[in-house]
Design a protein around this ligand. Structure first.
Ligand code: IMP
Ligand code: MG
Length: 175
């Protein structure tokens, strides 16, 4: 059965308002030293672009790529780094920027991986938190929205590579 975007789960206005809150919260904690925001490609690229413009203090930006094998809507839990950081994070205050924390495996893998590189601090910021689906406990420092166990598309979220460009977050539906 074909799957397509159904109803809006988080609207454009709700996203914009929450991104402003998150940006201010990061600014409050990181006014002394510019943090390095590390976005997780590809899903978090759109959130990252909005988030950094909502942070009222200087920040630096980098990206990592990950892939997890599995079906379109369920990850296998086997995470692999497909693109690495462009520079050292030793001694930096790092904020990992995720689109969604679902089972928690990707964020946990990246946390452990980055921790071995001796950052000064390491925090996690995620736009969405599917807390009901968690299998690995991973500490989250900044959370946009806690959402129910629904597969979402839009605002960076894809199914089979599509729908990342939609401006709102939709629940994926059959039909
Ligand atoms: P986790 O490793 O199970 O926490 O899954 C995290 C990754 O699975 C995310 O970075 C997304 O790439 C993908 N993912 C989880 N839920 C969704 C969703 O609802 N829509 C699109 N991608 C998702
Ligand atoms: Mg992702």
């Amino acid at each position: 059965m074909a799957q397509r975007p159904g109803r809006v789960l988080v609207s454009r206005g709700e996203i914009a308002a929450r991104v402003v809150d998150l940006g201010r919260a990061i600014g409050r904690e990181h006014g002394q030293r510019p943090p390095l925001l590390v976005g997780v490609l590809k899903g978090a690229a759109i959130f990252m672009a909005d988030l950094i413009r909502a942070i009222p203090v200087p920040v630096a930006v980098d990206f990592v790529g990950v892939s997890s094998y599995g079906s379109a809507t369920r990850s296998s839990g086997v995470v692999r780094l497909t693109a690495d950081l462009s520079s050292s994070i030793e001694g930096r205050n790092v904020i990992l920027v995720e689109d969604v924390v679902d089972s928690g495996r990707t964020a946990d893998y990246l946390r452990r991986n980055l921790e071995t590189r001796d950052p000064r601090s390491l925090q996690v910021c995620t736009l969405l938190d599917k807390v009901e689906r968690r299998q690995v406990d991973v500490p989250l420092d900044y959370v946009g929205f806690v959402i129910p166990d629904r597969f979402v598309v839009g605002y960076g979220f894809d199914v089979d590579g599509l729908y990342r460009n939609l401006p709102e977050i939709y629940a994926l539906e059959d039909g």
